[in-house]
Design a protein around this ligand. Structure first.
Ligand SMILES: *Cc1c(COP(=O)(O)O)cnc(C)c1O
Length: 433
C-alpha cells in the first residue's frame, strides 16, 4: 500500500503512473490547475515578502561586488536571450524561444544564487539587528568590518545540498564571516566540494542521497548552539529569493518588446529538484502575469519527486523510491527523491503541469545548446529545453484556444558557468562516465 492505494490502483487512476514506473518520459497536466484562482499564501510567503526579498538582494549588491571584485554594475540578475539557432536545430517549432540564463548568475553560477544569497543576507541582517549593529540601508559596507565578521564568526550556518545550494550558501556565508558547513549528497560533484573547501567551508559527505544529507544536517545543527539551518525542503526565505525573479523577468520582457497577455501567453519550463527554486520562480511570475503565464516543471525520469507529490496529493510524504525509482541521474542538481512541502503546497493549483526527461535526452540537449548557441550548461540546466515541444504535443495549448505561433517559450537555464572547462568537455564527450 502506498498512501492508501496499491500501486495497481495508482496506475488505474492515473495512466501517467505506469509510464513513470517504466521510466518513460511523461507529460502530466495538473487537473487542479486554476489560472484565475488567487495565489496560495503562506505566513512568510506573499506579495510583500517577495518584494522585500527583491529589495534585500538589491541592498546587498554593492557588497557582493566588493567581496567578489565584480564589474561595477553586476547585479543578482541574469539575462534573457533568444535561442533561435537551437530552436531551428530542434525542428523549428512555432512561437518565440527564449532562455533565462541563471547559469550566468554572479559567483554562484546557478539559480541557487537567488534563494541562497537571499537567505544568508536575511540572516546577516537579523543577527546584526539582534546585536544592535544593523546598519542603515545606505551604509551596508558595515557588513565588511572586522567587528561584524567577529560577530558572525560566533554563528554557524548549515545546509544540505546536491551541490549548487551548498555553493551559494557556503560562499556567501564564508565571505560574510559565518562558519559554514555543507552536507553534500553522494551526487555532488567533486569540483563543487573543492571550491567550497577553498573558501574555508566545511564539507561533510554522505553516501546516501540528498534527503539523507538534509536530515543529517538538520539534526546536527539542532544539537549545536548558535547554529542556523537552511532548510531546502521548506524554507520561505529561499522561496522568496527565487520569487524575486518575477519583477526581473517582467522588466526584461518589456525591454524586448514582448507582450504577455491572454492571447500572447508566456510558457515557462523550469528544471526541478526539491521544487523550491522552480516553485519560487513560478510564484513570482504568477504574481506578475496571473493566468497569462503557464509554468511547467521538468524532472529526470528517475527523480519525478514533485510530479508524483502533486499527482498523488501525498506531497512531501512521498519519495520516488516508494515507487521503485532510483533517484540516480546525471542531472545532479535534480537528484532529489522527496519533494519540498512548501513547493507542493504553493504549486498545488498554480502549476500547469510537469514532465520528465531521460538522461540521454539531457545529455543530447546539453550538447545541442553548446553546439548551436555556445552555451555551457550543467545537465540539470538543460531539463527545461524540451518543454516547448512537450507542451505543444500535449493538447494543453489547443484546449485553451491558444495560437501556438503567439506563445513565448522561456526555458530556465539553471546552472553551468562555474563548471571547470575540462570537466565540461569531458561531460560532453562522455556524459555517462
Ligand atoms: C537546485 C537546482 C535546480 C532545482 O532547484 P530545486 O529548488 O532543487 O527544485 C535546478 N537546476 C540546478 C542546476 C540546480 O542546482
Amino acid at each position: 500500500m502506498l498512501f492508501g492505494k496499491r500501486i495497481e490502483d495508482w496506475k488505474a487512476e492515473y495512466p501517467a503512473v505506469a509510464d513513470i514506473l517504466n521510466r518513460e518520459e511523461v507529460m502530466w497536466l495538473n487537473p487542479r490547475y486554476d489560472g484565475t484562482a488567487p495565489l496560495h499564501e503562506h505566513d512568510d510567503v506573499h506579495r510583500q515578502t517577495v518584494a522585500q526579498a527583491k529589495a534585500r538582494l538589491e541592498r546587498f549588491e554593492p557588497l557582493l561586488r566588493s567581496f567578489f571584485q565584480l564589474e561595477t554594475n553586476e547585479k543578482i540578475e541574469s539575462p534573457v536571450t533568444y535561442i533561435a539557432d537551437l530552436q531551428s536545430a530542434e525542428g523549428e517549432l512555432p512561437g518565440t524561444w527564449l532562455l533565462k540564463r541563471d547559469d550566468l548568475l554572479p559567483t554562484a553560477g546557478s539559480i541557487k544564487a537567488r534563494g541562497g544569497f537571499h537567505e544568508v543576507f536575511r540572516l546577516a541582517e537579523q543577527v546584526s539587528a539582534n546585536h544592535g549593529m544593523l546598519p542603515g540601508f545606505e551604509a551596508y559596507e558595515a557588513f565588511q568590518t572586522q567587528e561584524m565578521r567577529e560577530l558572525f564568526q560566533t554563528y554557524r550556518v548549515h545546509v544540505g545540498s546536491t551541490g549548487n545550494l551548498g555553493l551559494s550558501i557556503g560562499l556567501m556565508s564564508a565571505v560574510l564571516g559565518f562558519q559554514a558547513t555543507v552536507h553534500m549528497s553522494s551526487d555532488a560533484k567533486t569540483w563543487k566540494k573543492e571550491m567550497l573547501q577553498s573558501y574555508g567551508v566545511t564539507v561533510k559527505e554522505y553516501t546516501g542521497d540528498y534527503s539523507k544529507a538534509v536530515t543529517s544536517g538538520r539534526e546536527l545543527c539542532r544539537q549545536t548552539p548558535g547554529c542556523y539551518f537552511v532548510d531546502d525542503e521548506a524554507s520561505p526565505h529561499l522561496f522568496n529569493g527565487y520569487a524575486a525573479a518575477g519583477t526581473e523577468v517582467k522588466a526584461q520582457l518589456r525591454h524586448l518588446n514582448i507582450r504577455v497577455s491572454k492571447d500572447t501567453p508566456l510558457f515557462v519550463y523550469l528544471p526541478c529538484g526539491v521544487g523550491g527554486g522552480p516553485a519560487g520562480v513560478a510564484y513570482g511570475l504568477k504574481q506578475m502575469y496571473g493566468p497569462n503565464v503557464h509554468c511547467f516543471f521538468s524532472e529526470p525520469v528517475e527523480s519525478p519527486a514533485v510530479l508524483l507529490g502533486l499527482l498523488t496529493g501525498a506531497h512531501e510524504k512521498l519519495a520516488v523510491q516508494h515507487f521503485g525509482l532510483t533517484n540516480e541521474t546525471i542531472a545532479d542538481g535534480l537528484a532529489v527523491g522527496r519533494p519540498s512541502r512548501l513547493a507542493c503546497q504553493m504549486m498545488d493549483t498554480s502549476l500547469s503541469g510537469a514532465f520528465t526527461v531521460k538522461d540521454e535526452e539531457l545529455a543530447r540537449l546539453q550538447k545541442a545548446a553548446y553546439d548551436t548557441e555556445g552555451i555551457k550548461l550543467e545537465p540539470s540546466a538543460a531539463a527545461g529545453l524540451p518543454g516547448a515541444a512537450k507542451v505543444l504535443a500535449s493538447g494543453y495549448v489547443e484546449s485553451r484556444g491558444i495560437d501556438p505561433n503567439r506563445i513565448t517559450h522561456l526555458s530556465w537555464s539553471t546552472g553551468g558557468s562555474l563548471v571547470p572547462s575540462d570537466i565540461f568537455a569531458q561531460s560532453l564527450s562522455n556524459p555517462f562516465s
